[in-house]
Design a protein around this ligand. Sequence first.
Ligand code: UDP
Ligand code: MG
Length: 337
Amino acid sequence: MNQPVVTIVVPCYNEEEVLGETTRQLTYLMEDLETDRWIHPQSRILFVDDGSKDGTWELIEKESLVNGFVTGLKLSRNAGHQNALLAGLMEAKDFSDCVISIDADLQDDIGVIRDFILKYKEGCEIVYGVRKRRDSDTFFKRVTANGFYGFMKKIGIDLIPNHADFRLMSKRALVELCRYEESNPFLRGIIPLIGMKTANVYYDRKERLAGETKYPLKKMLAFAADGITSFSIVPIRFVTVIGVMAVCLSMLTGAYTMVHKIVGNTAAGWSSLMVSIWFIGGLQLMGIGVIGEYIGKIFREVKRRPKYSIETSLNLNKVGNKPKEREENELPVVSRY
Ligand code: UDP
Ligand code: MG
């Protein structure tokens, strides 16, 4: 417990531009933590290659030959950030006391990893990295992110505001996470449901070290929609409420029309008819769309397809739940940059 085996899980998708620098910085950190006896010598960095199309995996492979901290996991295809992260967490939990997840672009401050470990040693099972401010984001991303967190809170989804996937989880928390079997994991929504003793650590988020975001607008919107529909049936209820309101409204207009008919004032009416047909038609389509989203979700859930498949792994030494002691002649070669 005093020197926990820590694994840092880094999902990577087409990150060849940034991976060299990321490895360098993380290796320095691991060396320092090990020298200061904060972590067990069997602690590792686990890069999960999420079906990259560039030279990401070759870089990881090459690095693993000279850098004893580096281990790797290659997924057979691009499974998406959340699935790649989950693959890393599930793999690492078997041989780690705690696992820290961080993005490959090192936008998150690795300096606070010490605070994560400190909190873990104080007994926290989950430590969330929370951004102090969002200045490094574009105006657009800031506004949409704030809107998203606000909306999620309104409809009763308990997210940690301004926390992405930079966090520490203990083995216990990870074992608990395994019990959430949904095929569409939205980790930052699921993990707060685990409960247990948690802590927040605050940090400033930087610009990407290199390369481009792997979350273009389309992926971001899909991610937000997934987050909402995986955790809440409020949108369906909303459609029902609108439906009820539309029915009430149509009763009123019905009464209004009847009065006009009795009075004999029925010539006009084409425009109101058109408006209501379009309005009700629109509402119906919207309702069917929202319900369809949920049915689509059910469809995917019932199939219980594997969320990812692992093609290869590098240097992962797991033996049951206990880390294997390395033989003397097997000691990793750690290269100083
Ligand atoms: N990522 C991944 N699979 C994907 C998309 C992204 O593993 O399909 C990884 C990516 O390599 C990075 C992390 O997820 O380590 C976050 O992506 P990015 O930094 O591009 O997102 P942003 O910070 O712009 O939201
Ligand atoms: Mg990023």
